[in-house]
Design a protein around this ligand. Structure first.
Ligand SMILES: *Cc1c(COP(=O)(O)O)cnc(C)c1O
Length: 363
């Protein structure tokens, strides 16, 4: 018997969530962010299903080339740009757009233009401004200068201006307003298309929508907000992680369950064993009490997460049997909720599902 650990990817939900982006940001074009293997959902499968997006965004060249090899022709933005001239010529050949966030990348572009053959392709460029995230981007004070240098490079086609929001998931935080003001001041006199919003910006900060929005997480039916879940925004979970009970055991009051014996039965009770653990990407730090769905009904994870298995509380599940279905997140159990019990974010849980889990597409 093969293991039952499965990630079901609902492509209709994915398409529905893209429509939600269109509804929430009706005047913006959409760069669907599919980096990190489409947040663990499968790069090519997600790109094919999101054919209605205007562009795709990935972290680097390798992911973009995977898309091209799969026959996907849409514009692809390399969100971290590239480091070398050779990568720029590949990007040019494949109609990829590069982010330029650092002076070294500007110099690489200038060198590319100096050394390229006449047949070299022109590139669309995204000038990235650091408005407060303090990770990537030029300081606002030199944006005009960088813009002019980009304009002077013959192999640069269109230049758009972008920035990234640091705190948009916190609706009461004032950072987003400050970032917006800095961005507008820095790019005011520049006639270019502009982009700032990630999922949190799209859902909560309409002023950040501009010409292009860049949804990632919300496409997968998950919100970046601490207290809310996706259904509050009419988003539908795309990934459901599931498995089966492979054992049901009866223990006495005082019996300890699992490694370290952290969890002790408070009474005589039955305990279920689920074939799914951190070797499948379930978070090892999920605490006892993390919700799990057995036979459509919620119960609790108990004891430590093992590599291949977790244990669940089966008190009140008199009719449970070996082979019964278990949902770890997705349908009926928001991954945001599980993330909270594991002291992490939904992004990480989605990205970490491992290759031994069987991926199945449904519509
Ligand atoms: C990952 C990423 C996004 C998408 O962020 P979400 O919070 O997943 O919507 C947008 N823009 C950039 C530059 C990114 O790196």
């Amino acid at each position: 018997m093969s293991r039952a650990a499965q990630a079901t990817i609902n492509l209709s939900a994915l398409q529905h969530n893209l429509q939600r982006v269109q509804q929430v940001a009706p005047s913006s074009q959409i760069i669907a962010i599919i980096k990190a293997d489409a947040y663990g959902h499968g790069l090519v499968r997600v790109a094919k299903a999101l054919n209605a997006a205007d562009k795709f965004g990935v972290a680097g060249l390798e992911e973009a080339l995977q898309l091209r090899n799969a026959g996907i022709r849409k514009p692809v933005v390399l969100l971290e740009g590239v480091l070398a001239v050779s990568e720029l010529s590949k990007a040019g050949l494949q109609n990829l757009e590069v982010v330029v966030h650092h002076i070294s990348q500007l110099e690489t572009l200038e060198e590319y233009a100096r050394t390229a053959s006449n047949a070299a392709s022109r590139l669309n460029v995204w000038l990235k401004v650091d408005t407060g995230m303090h990770r990537l981007g030029f300081p606002p004070s030199i944006v005009q200068t960088v813009w002019q240098r980009l304009q002077a490079i013959p192999l640069v086609k269109d230049v758009c201006i972008m920035s990234h929001l640091a705190n948009a998931d916190d609706t009461k935080d004032t950072t987003t307003d400050k970032q917006l003001a800095l961005f507008n001041t820095a790019s005011n006199n520049i006639d270019a298309k502009k982009s700032m919003a990630n999922s949190a910006g799209i859902l909560n900060w309409p002023m950040t929508h501009m010409d292009f929005v860049r949804p990632g997480l919300m496409l997968y039916g998950v919100t970046p907000f601490n207290q809310d879940v996706a259904a509050d925004y009419q988003l539908r979970a795309v990934m459901t992680l599931s498995s089966q009970l492979i054992a049901i055991n009866y223990f006495k009051k005082g019996d300890a369950v699992g490694y370290g014996g952290d969890w002790v039965c408070p009474e005589d009770m039955s305990v279920g064993v689920v074939a799914l653990g951190y070797g499948d990407g379930y978070p090892r730090h999920a605490k006892s009490g993390t919700p799990v769905i057995v036979n459509g009904q919620r119960t609790d994870l108990i004891g430590r997460v093992s590599m291949d298995m977790i244990c669940v509380d089966l008190r009140g599940f008199q009719n449970a049997n070996v082979g019964d279905p278990v949902v770890l997140w997705g349908d009926g159990l928001p991954v945001e909720e599980v993330a909270r019990y594991a002291s992490t974010v939904a992004y990480e849980l989605l990205c970490h599902v491992t290759q031994r889990v069987k991926f199945v597409e449904v519509r």
